[in-house]
Design a protein around this ligand. Structure first.
Ligand code: SF4
Length: 182
């Protein structure tokens, strides 16, 4: 029987010596946040089914430390929007987003959430970035679980490398101001 080698997750860059390790607090916090995401699935249609497959045993989102879903915005830090969003639903989505505490991130999963998809009609929002800021877009109609996992990996990279002061910066406040979120 072959020996299975399991590689641990990459730690932060560190200067080490005998009995000590030195790193930056920002990197440690980023690592902890990236590997303990609490997603809020905002699923309205078919892409939500792909998300269910992503949570199930074959793909197992839990491997990335994100198996604890939250259905309360106050206990979530990653909003995953999956499915067609009608214009009437825009204010609801925005309210969910504003109820989430900082720091928070958003993934638009699939063509509908990213751009309205095939529904170029009067009633469908042509992308959720018309009402809230988006960090990662996952392409596909529907995106398979592999693509959703890829989106999670990209979000993890963003979280790991985000400066702690970003949320208080004038650029971030300006971004929220553009969406009339204060
Ligand atoms: S992107 Fe395609 S699969 Fe996803 S919600 Fe829209 S129509 Fe359905």
């Amino acid at each position: 029987m072959g020996v299975k080698i399991i590689h641990p997750a990459d730690g932060p860059e560190m200067h080490t010596g005998e009995g000590y390790g030195l790193t930056q607090i920002e990197k440690v916090i980023g690592l902890a946040r990236a590997n303990s995401i609490w997603p809020l699935p905002f699923a309205t249609s078919c892409c939500g089914i792909e998300f269910m497959a992503t949570m199930a045993s074959t793909y197992d989102l839990g491997r990335f430390g994100a198996e604890r879903l939250s259905f309360s915005p106050r206990q979530a830090d990653l909003l995953m929007v999956m499915g067609t969003i009608a214009k009437k639903m825009g204010p609801v989505l925005k309210q969910v987003y504003t109820q989430m505490a900082e720091p928070k991130w958003v993934i638009a999963v699939g063509a509908c959430a990213s751009s309205g998809g095939i529904f170029d009609t009067y009633s469908v929002l042509q992308g959720i970035d018309k009402v809230i800021p988006v960090d990662v877009y996952v392409p596909g109609c529907p995106p398979p679980p592999e693509a959703i996992l890829d989106g999670i990996l990209k979000i993890q990279e963003l979280i790991k490398n985000e400066p702690l002061r970003r949320r208080n910066s004038p650029e971030y406040n300006h971004l929220l101001h553009q969406y009339q979120i204060d």
